[in-house]
Write a protein that binds this ligand. Sequence first.
Ligand code: CMP
Length: 141
Amino acid sequence: MALERTFCIVKPDAVEANKAGHILAHLEAKGFTLVAFKKTTLSRATAEGFYAVHKERPFFGELVEFMTRGPVVIAVLEKDNAVADYRAAMGATNPANAEEGTLRKLYAKSIGENAVHGSDSLDNARIEIAWFFAGSEVTAL
Ligand code: CMP
Protein backbone atom coordinates (compact mmCIF):
# COMPACT_ATOMS: atom_id res chain seq x y z
CA MET A 1 0.00 0.00 0.00
CA ALA A 2 1.21 3.49 -0.79
CA LEU A 3 1.78 6.30 1.65
CA GLU A 4 -0.89 8.92 0.86
CA ARG A 5 -2.17 12.23 2.11
CA THR A 6 -5.74 13.31 2.37
CA PHE A 7 -7.54 16.47 3.40
CA CYS A 8 -9.79 16.79 6.44
CA ILE A 9 -12.15 19.53 7.57
CA VAL A 10 -13.62 19.41 11.06
CA LYS A 11 -16.77 21.38 10.27
CA PRO A 12 -18.32 24.23 12.29
CA ASP A 13 -20.83 21.97 14.09
CA ALA A 14 -18.05 19.81 15.57
CA VAL A 15 -15.80 22.78 16.38
CA GLU A 16 -18.72 24.53 18.16
CA ALA A 17 -19.27 21.36 20.18
CA ASN A 18 -15.58 21.33 21.23
CA LYS A 19 -15.00 18.04 19.43
CA ALA A 20 -12.14 19.09 17.14
CA GLY A 21 -9.47 17.70 19.46
CA HIS A 22 -11.45 14.48 19.99
CA ILE A 23 -11.73 14.01 16.23
CA LEU A 24 -8.02 14.61 15.58
CA ALA A 25 -7.10 12.29 18.48
CA HIS A 26 -9.46 9.62 17.09
CA LEU A 27 -7.65 9.85 13.74
CA GLU A 28 -4.19 9.72 15.35
CA ALA A 29 -5.28 6.60 17.24
CA LYS A 30 -6.21 5.06 13.87
CA GLY A 31 -2.69 5.63 12.58
CA PHE A 32 -3.04 8.94 10.74
CA THR A 33 -0.18 11.41 11.12
CA LEU A 34 -1.09 15.09 11.30
CA VAL A 35 1.20 16.63 8.69
CA ALA A 36 -0.34 20.10 9.19
CA PHE A 37 -3.44 21.57 10.80
CA LYS A 38 -4.93 24.95 11.60
CA LYS A 39 -8.10 26.62 12.83
CA THR A 40 -9.61 29.11 10.42
CA THR A 41 -12.94 30.60 9.38
CA LEU A 42 -13.86 30.11 5.75
CA SER A 43 -14.88 33.18 3.78
CA ARG A 44 -17.96 32.88 1.58
CA ALA A 45 -15.71 32.97 -1.52
CA THR A 46 -13.49 30.18 -0.17
CA ALA A 47 -16.45 27.95 0.74
CA GLU A 48 -18.16 28.58 -2.60
CA GLY A 49 -14.94 27.80 -4.45
CA PHE A 50 -14.21 24.68 -2.44
CA TYR A 51 -17.72 23.31 -2.99
CA ALA A 52 -18.10 24.60 -6.58
CA VAL A 53 -18.80 21.05 -7.78
CA HIS A 54 -22.09 21.23 -5.79
CA LYS A 55 -23.08 24.68 -7.13
CA GLU A 56 -26.21 23.44 -8.88
CA ARG A 57 -27.38 21.26 -5.98
CA PRO A 58 -30.43 22.45 -4.00
CA PHE A 59 -28.48 22.37 -0.74
CA PHE A 60 -25.59 24.57 -1.99
CA GLY A 61 -26.74 27.78 -0.25
CA GLU A 62 -27.34 25.96 3.02
CA LEU A 63 -23.94 24.24 2.72
CA VAL A 64 -22.10 27.56 2.24
CA GLU A 65 -24.02 29.20 5.13
CA PHE A 66 -23.12 26.30 7.41
CA MET A 67 -19.46 26.11 6.43
CA THR A 68 -18.96 29.85 7.02
CA ARG A 69 -20.92 30.24 10.26
CA GLY A 70 -17.94 29.61 12.54
CA PRO A 71 -14.39 28.27 12.65
CA VAL A 72 -13.30 24.99 11.13
CA VAL A 73 -10.15 22.96 11.74
CA ILE A 74 -8.45 21.84 8.56
CA ALA A 75 -5.80 19.14 8.46
CA VAL A 76 -3.55 17.16 6.16
CA LEU A 77 -3.57 13.48 7.20
CA GLU A 78 -0.91 10.98 6.16
CA LYS A 79 -0.99 7.19 6.27
CA ASP A 80 -0.83 4.17 3.97
CA ASN A 81 -4.09 4.20 1.98
CA ALA A 82 -5.07 7.49 3.67
CA VAL A 83 -7.86 8.50 1.26
CA ALA A 84 -9.91 5.30 1.58
CA ASP A 85 -9.07 4.75 5.25
CA TYR A 86 -10.15 8.26 6.23
CA ARG A 87 -13.41 7.88 4.30
CA ALA A 88 -14.02 4.64 6.20
CA ALA A 89 -13.21 6.40 9.50
CA MET A 90 -15.68 9.20 8.67
CA GLY A 91 -18.59 6.91 7.81
CA ALA A 92 -21.50 7.64 5.47
CA THR A 93 -22.32 11.27 4.53
CA ASN A 94 -25.68 10.88 6.25
CA PRO A 95 -25.01 9.97 9.91
CA ALA A 96 -28.23 7.96 9.92
CA ASN A 97 -26.42 5.52 7.62
CA ALA A 98 -23.00 5.70 9.28
CA GLU A 99 -21.52 2.62 10.94
CA GLU A 100 -20.97 2.43 14.69
CA GLY A 101 -17.65 3.92 15.77
CA THR A 102 -17.30 6.21 12.74
CA LEU A 103 -16.78 9.94 13.22
CA ARG A 104 -20.15 10.80 11.71
CA LYS A 105 -21.94 8.25 13.86
CA LEU A 106 -20.20 9.70 16.91
CA TYR A 107 -20.38 13.41 16.16
CA ALA A 108 -22.68 14.31 13.24
CA LYS A 109 -26.24 15.59 13.63
CA SER A 110 -27.58 15.44 10.07
CA ILE A 111 -26.59 15.06 6.41
CA GLY A 112 -25.98 18.83 6.29
CA GLU A 113 -24.20 19.19 9.63
CA ASN A 114 -22.05 16.10 9.35
CA ALA A 115 -18.99 17.02 11.44
CA VAL A 116 -16.22 16.21 8.96
CA HIS A 117 -15.21 16.40 5.32
CA GLY A 118 -12.71 14.16 3.57
CA SER A 119 -11.31 14.04 0.05
CA ASP A 120 -13.02 11.48 -2.21
CA SER A 121 -9.92 10.65 -4.31
CA LEU A 122 -6.16 11.08 -4.31
CA ASP A 123 -6.41 13.67 -7.10
CA ASN A 124 -8.96 15.70 -5.14
CA ALA A 125 -6.86 15.34 -1.98
CA ARG A 126 -3.95 17.03 -3.80
CA ILE A 127 -6.23 19.80 -5.08
CA GLU A 128 -7.89 20.36 -1.69
CA ILE A 129 -4.59 20.39 0.23
CA ALA A 130 -3.17 22.94 -2.19
CA TRP A 131 -6.37 25.02 -1.89
CA PHE A 132 -5.89 25.44 1.87
CA PHE A 133 -2.18 25.00 2.68
CA ALA A 134 0.84 26.85 1.33
CA GLY A 135 3.77 24.71 0.25
CA SER A 136 5.74 26.16 3.18
CA GLU A 137 3.18 24.70 5.65
CA VAL A 138 3.38 21.13 4.34
CA THR A 139 6.56 19.06 4.34
CA ALA A 140 7.36 17.08 1.19
CA LEU A 141 5.84 13.59 1.02
P1 CMP B 1 -18.96 16.83 2.31
O1 CMP B 1 -18.28 15.52 2.38
O2 CMP B 1 -18.27 17.98 2.94
O3 CMP B 1 -19.27 17.20 0.79
C1 CMP B 1 -20.41 17.89 0.36
C2 CMP B 1 -21.33 18.22 1.49
O4 CMP B 1 -22.63 18.60 1.11
C3 CMP B 1 -21.54 16.99 2.34
O5 CMP B 1 -20.37 16.68 3.04
C4 CMP B 1 -22.72 17.41 3.19
O6 CMP B 1 -22.34 18.19 4.30
C5 CMP B 1 -23.47 18.30 2.21
N1 CMP B 1 -24.66 17.62 1.73
C6 CMP B 1 -24.71 16.54 0.96
N2 CMP B 1 -25.99 16.19 0.71
C7 CMP B 1 -26.76 17.09 1.38
C8 CMP B 1 -28.15 17.27 1.51
N3 CMP B 1 -29.02 16.43 0.92
N4 CMP B 1 -28.59 18.30 2.25
C9 CMP B 1 -27.71 19.15 2.84
N5 CMP B 1 -26.36 19.02 2.73
C10 CMP B 1 -25.91 18.01 2.01
